[in-house]
Write a protein that binds this ligand. Structure first.
Ligand code: FO1
Length: 345
């Protein structure tokens, strides 16, 4: 039986890069037991979303959309290639904050379309579908769907210790984007809160995409503010726990630290050990109430395998550096083999 329905819970850059390789492998027929025309559904994190200059910006949705639509800037890993910054410069000339947010001219068009549609009453899922008609349909046809985790407004905010804050607690709360972009996550995140998460509901098609999948993948996205927030949408964790699909994750922590981004800071702020084993145990084995059947770690972390197996997880150590689509496709193939060995080619 070949796998023909795959659902991926994705954040921004790490998830997008993984998806590039996964699709390269699926469509190239190099994933054992996976049909080359398998339907891939991406459920993306929306808690990074931010209203900036009156525009709704959805970093993880846009990073996945631009990456898989070949519009991404390959160096930055976010925003458009061949971007210009006139709007950003002019706003700064007016002294308008936030000046720290990188608002690209081409990117502004995406935010204008999205903001207009939201103000006309379309839900974020309908907006995303409309934007993807430009970015994904021509390349991927019906074989790829991008869904926001929820249509409701959810925002990750971070509290940092701020000596000169006029707050009696000496702490300042800021949007996650400010913590990441302006502070470069250079100070500890004392508290991470996902505003609106507990009241959110899964976007249309999300629960079905998990329930009806034959394979669910947790890519090397941030386990706290990307995959963690997706699993935090009421009903989503249970859907992953209960799906008939096999569920496999790939560690974003290699050799004790993240490859890019701020997983280390986020894991520390919630008290999870910053290691491949720590994150695997954090997600947990489905047989023990968690969400995973299998967990892939990098070869540098193969000493973690016994502990992971003791925690009820199938585990393997393979190279996890997403250096190019072929390397990432090999990671995806290893993920399938780990949890769906019975899937015959
Ligand atoms: N990341 C940065 O490091 N600096 C930026 O100025 C910046 C702007 C930006 C604008 C639109 C967008 O979709 C993404 C943007 N990002 C920027 C990346 C973004 O912060 C990350 O993709 C995630 O939200 C954090 O994981």
């Amino acid at each position: 039986m070949q796998i023909s329905r795959i659902t991926v819970l994705s954040g921004g850059m790490g998830g997008a890069r993984f998806l590039q390789g996964l699709l390269h492998g699926v469509r190239g027929g190099t994933l054992p037991g996976v049909s080359p025309d398998a339907q891939v559904t991406v459920v993306a994190n929306t808690a990074d979303d931010i209203w900036v200059h009156g525009l709704k910006v959805c970093p993880d949705l846009d990073t996945v959309m631009y990456t898989l639509g070949d519009g991404i800037d390959p160096e930055r890993g976010w925003g458009r290639r061949e971007e210009t910054w006139s709007v950003r410069t002019e706003l700064a000339e007016y002294g308008v904050e936030p000046t720290w947010f990188g608002l690209g001219d081409r990117d502004v068009a995406t935010h204008l379309v999205r903001t207009q549609m939201l103000e006309a009453g379309y839900p974020l899922s309908a907006v995303t579908e409309a934007l993807c008609r430009r970015w994904l349909s021509p390349v991927h046809g019906e074989g790829l769907r991008l869904l926001p985790m929820t249509d409701d407004r959810v925002e990750t905010h971070v509290a940092v210790a701020d000596a000169d804050a006029d707050e009696p607690s000496g702490r300042r709360v800021m949007h996650f984007q400010e913590y990441w972009i302006r502070l470069r996550a250079s100070v500890p995140a004392e508290t991470v809160v996902m505003i609106g998460l507990d009241r959110s509901t899964p976007a249309p098609g999300v629960l079905e995409a998990i329930r009806d999948a034959e394979l669910v993948v947790l890519p090397p996205s941030n386990p706290v503010v990307s995959v963690g927030t997706i699993l935090g949408v009421p009903g989503l964790r249970a859907a992953v726990r209960d799906t008939a699909a096999r569920v496999v994750g790939l560690s974003p922590i290699v050799g004790g630290t993240h490859v890019r981004g701020m997983a280390e800071q986020m894991l520390t702020s919630i008290g999870v050990e910053v290691s491949a084993a720590g994150v695997g145990r954090h997600y947990g084995a489905r047989s023990r109430g968690g969400v995973l059947d299998g967990w892939l770690v990098d070869t540098r972390d193969e000493d973690a395998l016994p502990a992971l197996r003791d925690a009820g997880l199938e585990a393997a150590a393979v190279p996890l550096m997403m250096t190019d689509p072929d390397a990432t496709a090999a990671m995806a193939a290893a993920a399938v083999s780990l949890v769906a060995p019975g899937a015959t080619a």
